[in-house]
Design a protein around this ligand. Structure first.
Ligand code: RB5
Length: 177
């Protein structure tokens, strides 16, 4: 399995354009207490695969608030400081809600392999969200590897992503879309 990003495809950049790239990008990870165990497993997997990572915490099982960690990772992806993010809370729902508030972020909650693959092929998802209380380590490993190795298909899907970008721009300028 090749972990090159977008080997044949297109990458959205921070300014809303698209360009061809093929390189390993830095991955930011964040979780709350309910995602901590799985986050540690995924950090180990990514280190083993030689990915550069930015572990934004949390770093224990003490109760914390998922928006604080979702905000850190989403901000890094939104600004283009890292190429991809992985967020984990209990269900993945709260982290998804936080991440998708950020411009340029396309966060996908994928607790199954098909969603992980499609979130890349059709949606060019740049944040993967997992439910630490929903899936176990083995499935999470397969989901992460699939998500990191599947390119964006572009074509008609690119037109749709540009429509999402337009909605973001309209909301920024009018405040009501
Ligand atoms: C924490 O108890 C839990 O609410 C959180 O991890 C997450 O599942 C929220 O969506």
């Amino acid at each position: 399995m090749l972990f090159e990003f977008y080997p044949r495809g297109l990458c959205s950049d921070r300014f809303g354009g698209f360009r061809k790239v093929s390189f390993k990008v830095k991955i930011a990870l964040g979780c709350d207490h309910a995602g901590f165990g799985l986050k540690e497993e995924i950090v180990a997997l990514l280190k083993n695969l030689n990915f550069e990572i930015d572990d934004c915490g949390t770093n224990g099982t003490q109760s914390v608030d998922y928006p604080d960690f979702g905000e850190k990772v989403s901000g890094l992806v939104s600004s283009g400081k890292v190429g991809r993010g992985i967020l984990i809370c209990g269900t993945g729902l709260g982290m998804s809600m936080v991440a998708n508030k950020f411009p340029n972020v396309r966060a996908a909650l994928c607790n199954d392999l098909f969603s992980a693959k499609m979130s890349r092929l059709h949606n060019d998802a740049n944040i993967l969200v997992l439910g630490g209380r929903v899936i176990g380590k083995d499935l999470a490993y397969e989901i992460v590897k699939t998500w990191l190795s599947t390119p964006f298909e572009g074509d008609r899907h690119l037109k749709r992503l540009n429509k999402i970008k337009k909605i973001e721009e309209n909301l920024r300028t009018d405040g009501n879309g």
